[in-house]
Ligand binder design. Structure first.
Ligand SMILES: Cc1cc2nc3c(=O)[nH]c(=O)nc-3n(C[C@H](O)[C@H](O)[C@H](O)COP(=O)(O)OP(=O)(O)OC[C@H]3O[C@@H](n4cnc5c(N)ncnc54)[C@H](O)[C@@H]3O)c2cc1C
Length: 384
């Protein structure tokens, strides 16, 4: 539980795909973030590419180099040291307590990512103001890369020798909610991304070569807090519990293993089981399941309609050669920890700076990095 695709050095970014494009360009300098990655070993191409990509094989070394920079500048990195509590005195967070009982003095930048459910529960117990946030849930969809190449390059022979593995981006609206592709990984693979026992969650990544036989993307449906319990429950953790319920259902369908439930794409849209399944990049293996029934109905029914729409937009995209593997639930934080928009301090507690994706203020590597810089500046200002 302390070391997986989401937790450990480099966080969720360490074994991510390393796509570095972002839509949040107004909050800070994207170029500066890219140059930090480049000066720590990422390829020069990221400084000029429209869709910069590092690749999961290259990221761990970049992150180690970043650790060395932190240490060279007087920082400390404590491995195997989990924060278990906030030390609060009146309306001030004075520091944190860690697993072995050691206390560290604040101010505290809380940047524990979107999967630190123990932290969200601790914050709720400590009455730290936060609110449920909209998320997107669904599945990973995997096509043969050759098929995506022929669709996107309009060539039945695929991409040829010189062109890169083709990407795609799909978006539609069904019954008033967004249905869209997320974190598309050309030439990549699907991976198990649970962060605790009893969960089954998948995600995707690709190496720098983007050279595998498969193309995958998250195919997800937007779910808002008012969609759950008819919007009545004001529990800030209700979206987190919604995620957890789906992950547990998939885990149990897998016989409490990581052998993920799967269904061919057209079979899913028609609500029927797949007799067999195509080869997949997902190493723990897949088994035939009714994903249309395992997902909550508002998600499954919208995805079914969304896929039919995507099939109309891209001829050949809706095919039984593609397989859905579930579930994909960790697309963003299910919680937003309240903070002042200007000084980035927690809305009520001095000395606490909620930061990055887990606090609900970022949705990817670059936006989390920009938010990290802003929080560091805010702490500096608060100490003046
Ligand atoms: C498989 C995968 C592929 C992805 N691909 C991309 C991509 O291509 N492009 C992109 O932009 N984004 C991608 N993402 C998302 C991206 O990785 C995250 O948006 C980003 O890492 C968020 O950064 P963060 O610093 O806010 O949190 P995180 O990276 O989640 O870091 C949180 C850190 O906090 C630590 N932590 C948690 N709890 C505690 C505790 N109690 N005490 C101490 N430390 C704790 C964790 O160990 C971790 O190191 C991907 C994610 C995954 C899982």
């Amino acid at each position: 539980p302390d070391s997986n695709y989401c937790f450990g050095e480099g966080g969720a970014g360490a074994y991510s795909d390393g796509k570095l494009y972002t839509r949040s360009k107004k909050r800070g300098s994207v170029d500066k973030i890219l140059s930090v990655f480049h000066s720590h070993g990422a390829s020069e191409d990221i400084l000029v590419d429209a869709h910069p990509h590092i690749g999961t094989d290259k990221l761990p070394d970049v992150i180690k180099a970043m650790r060395m920079t932190i240490i060279r500048h007087g920082g400390e990195v404590h491995f195997n040291t989990r924060v278990t509590d906030l030390n609060i005195d009146g309306d001030t967070v004075t520091g944190v307590t860690t697993t072995d009982g050691t206390e560290y003095a604040g101010p505290v930048i809380l940047a524990t990512g979107h999967s630190a459910r123990d932290i969200y529960m601790m914050l709720k117990e400590r009455n730290v103001d936060m609110e449920a946030k909209g998320i997107a849930v669904g599945v990973r969809l995997e096509h043969p890369q050759q098929l995506i190449d022929s669709i996107q390059y309009h060539n039945p022979h695929g991409r040829g020798k010189y062109l890169p593995a083709a990407e795609y981006s799909m978006l539609t609206r069904v019954d008033n909610r967004g249905v869209y592709s997320f974190c598309m990984c050309p030439g990549g693979f699907i991976i198990p991304a649970a962060s605790s026992p009893g969960q089954l969650v998948v995600n995707g990544m690709s190496p720098s070569s983007r050279g595998t036989r498969w193309a995958n993307s998250g195919m997800v449906v937007e779910i808002l807090p008012e969609d759950i319990d008819n919007g009545k429950a004001d529990d800030p953790l209700k979206m987190m519990k919604y995620q957890e319920d789906i992950e547990t259902r998939f885990f149990e369908d897998a016989g409490k293993t990581q052998n993920a439930p799967a269904q061919r794409m057209i079979d899913f849209t028609q609500g029927k089981p797949s007799r067999d399944l195509p080869p997949t990049s997902y190493a723990p293996g897949i088994h035939t399941a009714r994903i249309d029934l395992l997902l909550p109905n508002p998600v499954a029914s919208r995805l079914q309609k969304g896929f039919i729409d995507f099939g109309r937009k891209a001829n050949g995209f809706l095919t039984n050669d593609a397989v859905l593997i579930g579930c994909e639930t960790r697309t963003s934080s299910p919680v937003r920890i309240s903070r002042h928009p200007e000084n980035l301090r927690h809305i009520r507690l001095n000395g606490l700076f909620p930061c990055g994706e887990g606090a609900g203020y970022a949705g990817g590597i670059v936006s989390a990095a920009i938010d990290g810089e802003r929080c560091a500046d805010a702490v500096y200002q608060s100490l003046q």
